[in-house]
Write a protein that binds this ligand. Structure first.
Ligand SMILES: [Fe+2]
Ligand SMILES: [Fe+2]
Length: 269
């Protein structure tokens, strides 16, 4: 079997989103099947690209130039699905990037299991959103998307603890805050396929935040550091801007993220 870090680099260097997510799911299935048989395949090392390969479309724009549409309209709902699809594709690359970029740091096998599983979930999530877009007569790539999504990866490329603090514990946790409101928008529009897809995403994202919190705490323990203080320090240094309430405190708690981690990072704190 190809070493895991190399599998990760292969996903990162595949541009077509359907090909990227298919390869991601195949690699994840191979890893998880080996692990289920009690085998620990080689992790190896890889040189991931600074930025993952992406298709020519969507056109990537500065967030302020991405047109805003009213969520109550069909066009607004398509724009919302498109934005989520873009986030999910980015998330596929983010999870494989953790594996490839930090492969030199010795971690227990369970760390790779979690990241491979999350990458597989994200690949499925992109597919769910792409299917919803197609059911609405659109497709991923039809609208412009945010150019800044890889910034968090670049800002934390040197530091695994910073990556865990910013990506799963800040950005993916933010997903838990906003997804219920999105589900309501589609429920009001009686868009059943989108409701079901977003509910799947919402349920699975809790585990991604939990993986982040689990391995962040693990690394704090390894280095004898206070998790809360280190989290605040790393987020202030590597994440641009304050965290925005309201927070989904219940789901954040379920994911191992207590209030004293995020409240001190809000603007009013
Ligand atoms: Fe996702
Ligand atoms: Fe996720």
């Amino acid at each position: 079997m190809t070493p895991l870090a190399q599998m990760a680099a292969e996903v990162l260097t595949t541009a077509d989103p359907r090909a990227k997510t298919d390869l991601s799911r195949r690699h994840a299935a191979a890893w998880l099947a080996a692990r289920a048989e009690g085998v620990l395949p080689e992790i190896g090392t890889a040189e991931p690209p600074d930025r993952p390969a992406r298709p020519d479309r969507p056109e990537l724009l500065h967030p302020r130039d991405v047109p805003r549409r009213k969520p109550g309209t069909p066009a607004g709902r398509i724009a919302l699905l498109h934005a989520v699809a873009h986030i999910e594709l980015n998330a596929v690359d983010l999870h494989w990037d953790v594996i490839a970029r930090f492969a030199h740091i010795p971690m227990p096998p369970g760390f790779y299991d979690d990241w491979v599983r999350a990458a597989d979930d994200e690949s499925k999530h992109w597919g769910l959103m792409a299917d919803c877009l197609e059911a609405e007569g659109s497709h991923y790539g039809a609208l412009p998307a945010h150019a800044g999504m890889w910034r968090a990866a670049e800002d934390t490329a040197q530091d695994l603890m910073a990556r865990l603090a910013v990506v799963p514990m800040v950005l993916e946790a933010r997903g838990l805050d906003v997804t219920p409101g999105m589900i309501d928008i589609f429920r009001r529009a009686k868009a059943e396929q989108a409701v079901a897809a977003l509910e799947t995403i919402y349920a699975e994202e809790v585990s991604h935040v939990a993986y982040g919190s689990k391995w962040f705490h693990f690394l704090c323990g390894r280095h004898d550091l206070d998790p809360k203080d280190v989290f605040h320090d790393l987020v202030r240094r590597h994440f641009h801007g304050a965290l925005k309430p309201p927070f989904n405190e219940e789901k954040r708690a379920e994911a191992g993220l207590p209030p004293d981690f995020y409240w001190p990072l809000t603007e009013s704190a």
